[in-house]
Design a protein around this ligand. Structure first.
Ligand SMILES: Nc1ncnc2c1ncn2[C@@H]1O[C@H](COP(=O)(O)OP(=O)(O)OP(=O)(O)O)[C@@H](O)[C@H]1O
Ligand SMILES: Nc1nc2c(ncn2[C@@H]2O[C@H](COP(=O)(O)O)[C@@H](O)[C@H]2O)c(=O)[nH]1
Length: 212
């Protein structure tokens, strides 16, 4: 029989302009097993990069399959970003949160808005800025995973994306990677202690305390 979780899971969203470092920080968070975060694996119509594995980094699907998922209500949110479609399958997120666990999202500002509207107070959003536009370009070029045209398009879109920073609960400047990671850990730890998220677990503890 399914049990009721004693806490509400967090929907932790990381967004940034392309190249600012959210995928790197996401991987660092996931590698730390003690944090027990589960990544929401998006579907996308973008071609797979050589460093990516289907079903791990994204599920790479055709445009017609994407449209079918969208039209059947299978996506929690979706958006067109840099000329491709991206979306969050609803089922796995419901499962993670239903178990009282925390879900990690690497999605853009359009998706963030949609998720916040649907998940309300369970949503915690972090926007990651690059230390400079020069460094943003250098990171995209060093990563060497996108075509010259794709890099230029992403840099053009970055200015629009950066202006969305006020939409977010937290903002980090990802200059020193370890420092950014530590800041994310501090955010996660504090958010996990918020009273409404602890529900039955803390209620039972307080009841025991008062019965002593
Ligand atoms: N603090 C940092 N200092 C130097 N290099 C960094 C830092 N953070 C990330 N990088 C590097 O910058 C490049 C881009 O990082 P990453 O792929 O994580 O960006 P992203 O925001 O996820 O981009 P996209 O939206 O395109 O997926 C990578 O090569 C990564 O190793
Ligand atoms: N709204 C959504 N945005 C998403 C999703 N998955 C990824 N993204 C964002 O797209 C861009 C480009 O990503 P890239 O991997 O092609 O570099 C980036 O801002 C991601 O955060 C999603 O499911 N929904």
């Amino acid at each position: 029989m399914p049990t009721t979780p004693d806490r509400r899971g967090i929907v932790l969203i990381l967004s940034s302009p392309s190249g600012a470092g959210k995928t790197t920080l996401t991987r660092m968070l996931l590698q730390n097993r003690e944090l027990d975060l589960t990544l929401s694996i998006s579907v996308t119509t973008r071609p797979r990069r050589s460093s990516e594995v289907d079903g791990i980094h994204y599920s790479f699907i055709s445009k017609s399959r994407f449209e079918a998922m969208r039209d059947n209500g299978e996506l929690l949110e979706w958006a067109e970003v840099h000329g491709n479609y991206y979306g969050t399958p609803r089922g796995p997120v419901d499962e993670i949160l239903g178990e009282g666990r925390d879900a990690l999202f690497d999605i853009d500002y359009q998706g963030t808005q949609q998720v916040r509207e649907k998940m309300g107070a369970d949503t915690v959003t972090v926007f990651i800025l690059p230390p400079s536009m020069k460094e943003l370009r250098a990171r995209l070029e060093r990563r060497a995973e996108d075509s010259r045209e794709a890099i230029e398009r992403r840099l053009e879109n970055a200015r629009n994306e950066i202006q969305r920073w006020k939409q977010y609960d937290y903002v980090l400047v990802n200059d020193d990677l370890q420092r950014s990671f530590d800041d994310l850990l501090a955010i996660l730890r504090a958010e996990r202690q918020r009273r409404p998220r602890r529900l039955a677990g803390i209620e039972a503890f307080v009841a025991r305390l008062l019965s002593e």
